[in-house]
Design a protein around this ligand. Sequence first.
Ligand code: FES
Ligand code: FE2
Length: 373
Amino acid sequence: MSGTVAQSELGFLLEPIVDDVRRAATLPGHAYRDGGFHEAVRERVLARAWHAFPGSPPERDGALVPWTLLDGCLDEPLLLAHDGAALRCLSNVCTHRGSLLVAEPCQARAIRCPYHGRRFSLDGRFVSAPGFDGAEGFPSQKDDLPALAHALWHGLAFASLAPAVPFEEWLGPLPERLRFLPLERACLERPGIRRYELAANWMLYCDNYLEGLHVPFVHRGLARALDLSRYNIELFTHGALQLGEASDGEPCFDLPVGHADYGRRIAAYYYWLFPCTMLNVYPWGMSINVVEPRGLAKTTVHYLSLVFDEALRGRGAGGDLHRVELEDQTVVHAVQRGVRARSYQHGRYAPVAEAAVHHFHRMLVNSVLRAPT
Ligand code: FES
Ligand SMILES: [Fe+2]
């Protein structure tokens, strides 16, 4: 594919990313600094994506937890509610005149609007509304709180406003590849939840995550833990997997006979799911980067941990994650300044090492150019 596609209704010019990575040019600099592109990505990618809840979802009957989905970007007020039977993901906006319903995590037997007292059950159904005697055709289903697509996966909650793909399809080959791990007995670590604020575009954070080319230059410690000559990348429909093999003496998975990677000394599975979910799996457990695009040059990254072998923590590729994160943020901030330069147009991809960056950019641009359905 070639040629400039005029997206007059979007207010910017955008060319598809060439399919062949050996000939393709990277996402242009203006994609990281153009407000029109950011808005198109917000509506056509982020509003249709699955997003992980950056915390512990409610587990007890009557627990209510408000969640602003991508604060400053999508700005969608959601409410996670447990009604004893199941977790629900509801709109946190009253169906009367639009007041926010729940401001803080709390325990309740019903959801009551603080404005005019309308009540909803914990599964979102309308219960009562003071002053509505005489209203015709009222209440109707439209007075219930809209429920959103959501999923629970090993203690993590995910939601989507209008999912482009079903959750299971989005996960792709990940569950099968990780089936050997004791994820059922892993627990989400509450006190370990860590949060980082970046003055950078979220796509730069993903670009950096999706290649190991920078590891010897940016992460000296990690480079010692991994045998970079064996680092490799697999692409799948909705994401990418980077496999890091351990250096001699460094911890690696004890893989069962018959596993796709049996015989390899895997130190880390780095899974990325389009557009901004990262699941890093180490012998001690899973570290999840929940990436929240907050604005054109503002991103929040939450770290969650699912631990299944505390004894292996702190060693190898999954050891000093905070240090690696700060090293990554230094380069991401440097690129944020660089792509704003008028002199920067775009680059080229290292064909093997940056295959996943290319994959991400193709998915992103194709989603933006495709008319919404
Ligand atoms: S806005 Fe909620 S009852 Fe009026
Ligand atoms: Fe890195």
